[in-house]
Design a protein around this ligand. Sequence first.
Ligand code: IMP
Ligand code: MG
Length: 181
Amino acid sequence: MSSNTAIEKVIYSEDEVRERIREVAAEISTRYAGRTLKLIGVLKGSVFFLTSLAQEMTIPVKIDFLGISSFSTQQKSGSGLVRISKDLDESIEGEDVLLVEDIIDTGFTTRYLLQTLAGRGPNSVAICTLLDRTVRRIVQIPVDFRCFEIPDRFVVGYGLDHKQLYRNLRCIAVLSQNMSS
Ligand code: IMP
Ligand code: MG
């Protein structure tokens, strides 16, 4: 990590991330006590978060994944275009669903996924995100569970990438300005 000159600073250390995920997992476990929860991860960014979250939960969970097409943030902000490139393996009809996101930025991606999932007859759909950047929100999203609210800087780590790199960092870090542009 120290040899990684692209990283400007760590905003949440590995310990801080783990501890916060533990707290949120406990909150979710309490909220859904006595029920089984279907966690739906959005590939590829939410894989690390979903895994940690699931391991800290004390209620029965099922897991499924959705893949979405990647547009640049700028394009998405302009058009709100999102497309499913890999659908869920199983039906969510009658299930309590938790959509697990890496980051909610403008909100376009999450709104699209929320509408898609809600149309498939689940018992309930809630949203859990590792990072929430509300300062850039364009469409309103009901965020049920969030680990961290972050400032308007491009971040990487714990699943989040820059050109597919840095997903495996254990911390969450700000990329230096000249790298993230
Ligand atoms: P939204 O549709 O604008 O909310 O975009 C959310 C998606 O943009 C996330 O799932 C990420 O893939 C990507 N994204 C937004 N901000 C960042 C960031 O700071 N680092 C890495 N990916 C980001
Ligand atoms: Mg994502």
